[in-house]
Design a protein around this ligand. Structure first.
Ligand SMILES: Nc1ncnc2c1ncn2[C@@H]1O[C@H](COP(=O)(O)OP(=O)(O)OP(=O)(O)O)[C@@H](O)[C@H]1O
Ligand SMILES: [Mg+2]
Length: 364
């Protein structure tokens, strides 16, 4: 590859950043989240958080169907959070992104970099030449080489988001990351010293609106990541269809319980049916990691994302995964500026990890 590697470019950029200056920007299919953090590894505090709910089908896969709404939404979320910085770390996602865990043989820094990039190119299904490729060294492997995670995204997708944010929102994308990597980084900070235990094998599942993100965390980093096209949006669609209501009404019906915390029975029936289907789909994709006796078996499962709040999900997942499943307790490991943040904490914990992980990129 000609010119400075992406890693070098990133290092250079990182060197220029002031602490606290990078805003995490997570453009989700359901809502845009922004956050600003303070502190350093082990002592991170969520200072500011903002969220903007998008209208129906503003993003489909990684294509922006309503670009102006997305740009305005990002600005509204920043204004709501009272964030002044215009410099963001943007999270990418979708079919034109990929990660791969690699092991290199022993070698000099340059040889290792060359090896990682050469090998990574074999796995990029959307074309290595048209991709932005980045990698992180996780640690030493038994052969004296390094373990690395490669993250790649199709340039066209990176550019479409960066240009829109620049032109319509005057935001500068200083860094890009993949949402699955951001989730993994946030997880490390949230669990703190317990990471050694979880590093033996933990499943992270982010139940969003349009997709569910699967991360298998092992030996100091993600060993497998995947996005599957199931999520809360399918349940909303089903409520719209069966009840003959609008997207917004269906969202309301799904997420607003009565004073006793219960949802209407017909809504619960739709949720139950859909959650069963979605859990079965997740199970297919995690089979290798939850099967008894599998060499890659994981011991724990943490769930996050807005749809992790769906009733019945934890119980159903526990049954199919056969390991303990719990919601990721974000604020057990990350402090929160209570004076400035007026959110329902369970909801904030569910929707914030990716944005938090993106804002953490300044930690290097
Ligand atoms: N209390 C709740 N109960 C059930 N579902 C909820 C609740 N709150 C939010 N959701 C659902 O969570 C989804 C949004 O979650 P999240 O913000 O994690 O998604 P996103 O990041 O915008 O989407 P994606 O990750 O797929 O791009 C929506 O489908 C929403 O209806
Ligand atoms: Mg999301």
């Amino acid at each position: 590859m000609a010119g400075p590697s992406l890693k070098e470019q990133l290092d250079e950029l990182l060197g220029k950043l002031n602490p606290g200056s990078v805003v995490g920007l997570d453009i989700g299919a359901h809502s845009i989240k922004v956050c600003e953090i303070s502190g350093s590894t082990g002592k991170i505090k969520l200072e500011k958080f903002g969220v903007f709910t998008l209208s129906e089908a503003a993003i489909i896969e990684d294509e922006m169907q309503k670009p102006s709404e997305i740009a305005e939404g990002a600005l509204e979320a920043l204004a709501q959070a009272n964030i002044k910085s215009k410099t963001v770390c943007l999270g990418l996602f979708g079919p034109n992104t990929m990660t791969k865990r690699l092991s290199t043989p022993e070698g000099t820094k340059e040889e290792i970099e060359d090896h990682v990039l050469w090998e990574a190119e074999q796995y990029i299904t959307f074309g290595a030449d048209d991709s932005q490729i980045d990698f992180f060294i996780i640690g030493e492997n038994e052969g004296g080489g390094k373990d690395a995670i490669v993250a790649a995204a199709k340039l066209e997708v990176v550019d479409s988001f960066c240009e829109l944010l620049k032109e319509e929102a005057k935001l500068t994308v200083r860094l890009v990351d993949l949402n699955v990597i951001a989730l993994s980084n946030a997880f490390e900070q949230i669990v703190g010293d317990d990471i050694d235990e979880y590093s033996q094998g933990t499943l992270l599942l982010d139940f969003g609106a349009q997709s569910t993100k699967i991360v298998v965390y092992k030996k100091g980093g993600p060993i497998f990541t995947k996005e599957i096209p199931v999520g809360g949006g399918l349940i909303t669609e089903e409520i719209q269809r069966q009840m003959g209501v609008s997207y917004e009404e269906a969202e309301d019906l799904k997420t607003t319980p009565d004073e006793n915390g219960n949802l209407p029975e017909e809504i619960l029936n739709i949720i139950n049916y859909q959650v069963d289907l979605q859990v079965a789909e997740v199970r297919k994709n995690i089979n290798f990691y939850v099967t008894q006796g599998s060499a890659e078996r994981v011991n724990y499962c943490f769930i996050t994302g807005g749809s992790s709040l769906l009733p019945g999900l934890i119980d159903k997942l526990t049954v199919v995964a056969g390991i303990p499943v719990e919601r990721l307790d974000v604020f057990s490991g990350i402090k929160i500026n209570n004076q400035k943040l007026d959110f329902d904490l369970d909801h904030l914990a569910a929707i914030s990890p990716v944005a938090l992980g993106l804002a953490m990129r300044k930690l290097g």
